[in-house]
Design a binder for this molecule. Structure first.
Ligand SMILES: *Cc1c(COP(=O)(O)O)cnc(C)c1O
Length: 394
């Protein structure tokens, strides 16, 4: 028991992600449902997978959810479904997790990395426009850290240039995008096709690996359902080269329970983000993840940020020393992401010009993600924020 406490005040040990605390609140339902699957022996493509698929379609307001094995597969399969061909150029953000660019390269498409916006951390609209060539076939906006990219602008560019849009929605499930005319849509339902991940630490996470593809396009959904199942549309008839990528029934059973709580989970994250923001008010060298020029995501009228991560920019201070200091104080934190993709060995390209990545190059030196999950309490947030503020002002 003692090990769960960090200091004499009795504060609960701070974790980057508290999966155990969350599980303990849904344990009875999860255990019962998992045991049902075990007893049923319908381990692959059982009724639980179908139930979860339907419930997620309803939740998102999207016509088709196609479950698969993980978020990286989901991206790859989405691109396969669109029929992109080797040499086609796909524009995506330089500041994201490697999975996004990895699948582009794996399919022998040409990744074209572009810079991001310093306020939202999401793909920069002007940079997309600049990167378009006659070979460009798709744009992959990533809703980084839980904040929806500027989808209205992305879709406008795509329409003008006849490009596909594949949303990488691994970090923003449940977030709601508001168009300039007030219309709303869930992240992952705006582009031609989207992918998500159910990795345990994601906002909707299972207890293993899982992922899904979303689309409103009936034909594309049909194509993708075959691709995830060895390219079969009729049993033992293989019309296209496919893959084997499945969400198993146990994970679907867990996800179906967690889906019912997703809005509450995201609200808890937003509440923690609000408390962080408030504590950092007036700190000139700490930039909180909300901008004055764009939607903050945590105001009363919109819901576009679901805080997969709570990420600060630390100015005029040694970010790496802050990381070390926080760790010494028992505060876990993360640097997402420390190296721009265009400078990763696997994705370097002589066509890139460092001047085109000014924002990403700066962000990798400044960003720090603080503990963010559904179980944070006020004492923990007070301890974390005061420790950060003291360090930055010392
Ligand atoms: C987690 C993540 C993925 C990959 O998901 P996996 O389920 O781990 O394969 C892809 N893109 C982004 C932005 C992610 O955060």
């Amino acid at each position: 028991m003692l090990m769960n406490f960090v200091n004499s005040s009795g504060m609960k040990k701070i974790q980057m992600v508290d999966l155990k605390g969350q599980y303990s609140k849904i344990k009875d339902a999860v255990d019962t449902s998992v045991l049902e699957v075990l007893e049923s022996t319908a381990y692959i493509n059982g009724p639980k997978v179908h139930e979860f698929q339907k419930n997620l379609e309803n939740y998102l307001g999207v016509k088709h959810v196609i479950p698969c094995a993980n978020g990286t597969d989901a991206l790859q399969i989405a691109m396969m479904g669109l029929g992109l061909q080797p040499g086609d150029e796909v524009i995506t953000a330089d500041f994201t997790f490697a999975a996004t660019v990895e699948v582009i390269a794996l399919l022998q498409l040409t990744p074209v990395l572009v810079d991001v916006d310093p306020v939202t951390f999401n793909i920069d609209i002007e940079a997309i426009k600049k990167a378009i060539t006659p070979k460009t076939k798709a744009i992959v906006p990533v809703h980084l850290f839980g904040m929806c990219a500027n989808m209205e602008a992305v879709m406008e560019i795509a329409k003008a240039h006849d490009l596909f849009v594949i949303e990488d929605n691994a970090q923003a499930i449940g977030s709601t995008y508001t168009y300039s005319d007030g219309r709303k849509a869930k992240a992952g339902t705006i582009g031609h096709v989207s992918s998500t991940s159910f990795f345990p630490s994601k906002n909707l996470g299972c207890y293993g690996d899982g992922g899904a593809i979303f689309t409103n396009d009936d034909d594309l959904a049909h194509t993708i359902r075959g691709i995830v199942n060895h390219g079969m549309y009729v049993r033992y008839h293989h019309d296209v080269v496919g893959v084997n990528s499945r969400l198993d029934s146990i994970q679907a059973a867990i996800l179906d329970i967690k889906l019912k709580n997703l809005d509450a989970y995201n609200a808890a994250r937003q509440q923690a983000a609000r408390a962080y923001n408030k504590a950092f008010e007036g700190q000139d060298n700490i930039i909180v993840p909300s901008g004055k020029t764009t939607c903050t995501g945590i105001c009363d009228t919109c819901d576009c940020h679901v805080f997969h991560q709570y990420t600060l920019r630390i100015l005029n201070s040694d970010r790496d020393a802050l990381v070390k200091h926080l760790n010494e104080k028992g505060i876990p934190c993360g640097v997402y992401y420390p190296i721009p993709l265009h400078r990763q060995k696997a994705y370097m390209d002589s066509r890139y010009d460092e001047d085109d990545f000014k924002v990403t190059n700066q962000l990798v030196k400044e960003v720090i993600s603080l503990p963010m999950h559904t179980e944070l309490d006020d004492d923990q947030i007070e301890f974390i924020t005061s420790t950060v503020i003291n360090f930055v002002n010392s």
